[in-house]
Design a protein around this ligand. Sequence first.
Ligand SMILES: NC(=O)c1ccc[n+]([C@@H]2O[C@H](COP(=O)([O-])OP(=O)(O)OC[C@H]3O[C@@H](n4cnc5c(N)ncnc54)[C@H](O)[C@@H]3O)[C@@H](O)[C@H]2O)c1
Length: 397
Amino acid sequence: MIRIGMGLVGPGFVGAHHIDAVRRLGFVDVVAVAGSSETSARAKADALGVPKAYGRFEDLVADPDVHVVHNTTPNHLHVPVVSAALRAGKHVVSDKPLATTAADAHALLKLASDAGVVHAVTFNYRGNPMVQQARDMIAGGKLGAVHFVHGSYLQDWLLEPTDFSWRLEPEKGGASSAVGDIGSHWCDLVQHVTGQRIAEVLADLTTVIATRFRSARSTEAFATQKTVGTREAFTVQSEDLATILVRFEGGAKGAVNVGQVCAGHKNDLVFEVNGARASVRWRQEQQNELWIGSRVGANAVLAKDPSLLAPPASAYAHLPGGHQEAWADAFCNVMRDVYGVIQAMRRSGARFDARAPRPPAFATFEDGYHSACIVDAVLESHRRGAVWTKVREYVMA
Ligand SMILES: NC(=O)c1ccc[n+]([C@@H]2O[C@H](COP(=O)([O-])OP(=O)(O)OC[C@H]3O[C@@H](n4cnc5c(N)ncnc54)[C@H](O)[C@@H]3O)[C@@H](O)[C@H]2O)c1
């Protein structure tokens, strides 16, 4: 195995999980982190056991020991950080959303394709073994033709007016909040599982909490907000709740509810797919199970047990039946898929071809771009009074 150097820009909530995941692969050295200042980067580097700390992402990108740049900054920094890494010829793993507009995401896709480097977006729920099982069943025709795809992604960490995140500031989070932040995960996941892309949307967006009280100190996602000092009123312009109807390019219809103000729902992502012969349902909070619905026989709950899963899905399960696997394990599966390709490229010296077959949990900038197109279409649909709106995509030159 060739050892690969990883550097991470934006060591906050999810950044620590990127570092944990790549360390578990065994052939990746976490070389450096870059933060918003040298002091904060040094503190994070020490806490995470990373040797180098940079106060400017440009310096991390220029470090010759860094072969792969991970971007886990707030959304508005994705374009500058990812562009700089690509221009330096580094492989890039960016967290979602790839960019806050489809036009920006397209520019990054073009830059990455021209650079010939690996470009990945962490749509991490693809890495769950039971998600891969559902995908395999659908691809293998076990459900028959899919006609309905529905579900929700609900959280409650923004329920109180005193809950605040940079995600709610349009200049940092983008024009969309809940849809861009978590609705994007649901849309990518159901497209991945069904093999059908979302072609049209009809969206009704709501801002339940129109005035929030933000602290001078920024807090991480899911942090408790009790000791934050003085606060100022903030008028929220983006949605914290959304109802979206979707039409898939293969003819299936669908619906999803997205909200971050739904008491009791922590990270409650659910999808159900109904086909001509059977149904499947998966819930992130009970991720070691897949519900299988049947009209002619008994319904079943398939437990995550590598010996019971289809071979493509069992490759994503690393513990025997009854040994629960979870969010961080699925995240690691995504990194295993991405770094497997990077490892092969470093051996062969080949350029990355996003059209070549690759492991399923590996979402590219092409997927990130399509996701940004969906979010743009959702915003446009709502703006025009909740009307059907096509998910427009540029054609790559
Ligand atoms: N895949 C997932 O499930 C998942 C989960 C959470 C967040 N995310 C995504 O990851 C990104 C980060 O989210 P988060 O919740 O970790 O946010 P966060 O606020 O906890 O972390 C962001 C970090 O970036 C740092 N930062 C700010 N400006 C910087 C700069 N100029 N240079 C370097 N670092 C800078 C901040 O100090 C902070 O440490 C977002 O794009 C978000 O959508 C994805």
